[in-house]
Design a binder for this molecule. Structure first.
Ligand code: PMP
Length: 342
């Protein structure tokens, strides 16, 4: 197997910002997991230079497209994204000298659009409509890539280079840092993080458990458990859950998909800050909450297990939501109103 890390583990000076991607810290959770007989660790991906785990694939998906001859000097990077993947791609494109065009649904915050534009990306704001509608942000991105000369449509959900990055890099990185890992937990968005990393770690230790976390309202839990699902319902957790099954998700590799409620995800995000000093985003709090749900469902057999939870981004991206008491109250998410879950 070829390992293609963006930077050697101990290098202090990098050729450019992309060399600072990866080698993120792992931190033990002490107070939020105090009742557990398992040990829980968090991998803090907000220490990546663009602030999220998506810096990893932003860099890699451009490298992969270059290697396959699909992206050449003067080329244009096109993707439908309003969030972390856009920042990861824009950062890599700034270093490599590519133009970026992103399509963003109009429900996305103005702040995210401003950041992408500040990176030099062009942003096309689309209607917030279902995938089958030609005005949908992914459909518009596909159309722009078809018309624009030298354009490459990234398609993070179905581009298998996404999971391949995590197989070659995130998996080996975790094995170096925490060789005794027994359980890998990550929220499912594209599925690239969980399935790519999980495939590598399971090859090394077939007894390792791979656990996906899904917000209630997403279809992934039902698709995994029953092979079918009703339509997706709205939920407030961002970055995880889906209304279709992306090609980067391999259900055969996953040992359980565990659901979390909005209330569990948001309250655990706040607890991680208050009790552990970890300023993580809502999908991180949701993944930790999901890990605790899984441990409770499993019961006895979990004593002494080392459980690693992927924490994709920073709380700084969600201040106006999870750290705004008025917003939390308006959405019925404050513990005082709902009763504490943990
Ligand atoms: N959390 C956040 C904040 C994200 O932006 C994403 C990606 N949509 C994920 C979790 C899920 O990661 P993946 O796409 O690798 O499944």
């Amino acid at each position: 197997m070829t390992q293609t890390t963006s930077n050697p583990p101990n290098s202090a000076v990098h050729e450019n910002v992309l060399g600072a991607i990866g080698n993120t810290p792992i931190v033990r959770l002490n107070r939020v997991a105090a009742d557990e007989s398992a040990e829980i660790f968090a991998k803090l991906e907000f220490t990546n230079p663009g602030g999220s785990i998506k810096d990893r694939i932003g860099w890699w998906l451009l490298e992969d497209a270059e290697r396959r001859g699909l992206l050449k000097p003067g080329g244009v990077v096109v993707e439908g994204t309003g969030g972390n993947t856009g920042i990861g791609l824009a950062m890599a494109a700034a270093v490599k000298g590519y133009r970026c065009v992103f399509t963003v649904p109009d429900k996305m915050s103005e702040g995210k659009i401003k950041v992408l534009r500040a990176f030099g990306a062009e942003v096309v704001v689309t209607l917030t409509v279902p995938p089958e509608n030609p005005e949908n942000y992914c459909a518009v991105a596909r159309e722009i890539a078809r018309k624009e000369p030298n354009a490459f449509y990234i398609d993070q959900y179905n581009n298998l280079a996404n999971g391949d990055y995590h197989y070659r890099n995130t998996g080996p990185e975790i094995l170096r840092q925490l060789p005794e890992i027994d359980v890998l937990v990550a929220g499912l968005g594209t599925g690239g993080t969980l399935c790519g990393t999980g495939r590598f770690l399971k090859e090394q230790n077939p007894a390792l458990k791979v656990i996906g976390i899904d917000p209630i309202g997403s279809i992934l839990y039902d698709m995994y458990t029953h092979g079918k699902s009703g339509p997706a319902q709205p939920y407030l957790i961002e970055g995880i859950g889906k209304d279709c099954v992306p090609a980067n998700i391999d259900f055969d590799l996953i040992d359980a998909v565990v659901q979390v409620t909005d209330h569990q995800g948001f309250s655990m995000t706040r607890r991680m800050l208050k009790e552990e000093g970890i300023f993580a985003g809502v999908s991180s709090g949701s993944a930790v909450a999901g890990a605790l749900n899984w441990l409770r469902e499993e019961g006895q057999g979990t004593a002494g297990l080392k459980v690693l939870v992927m924490c994709p981004d920073s709380g700084s991206r969600y201040i106006s939501k999870v750290y705004d008491d008025d917003w939390m109250t308006a959405n019925g998410l404050l513990d005082e109103l709902n009763g504490v879950s943990w």
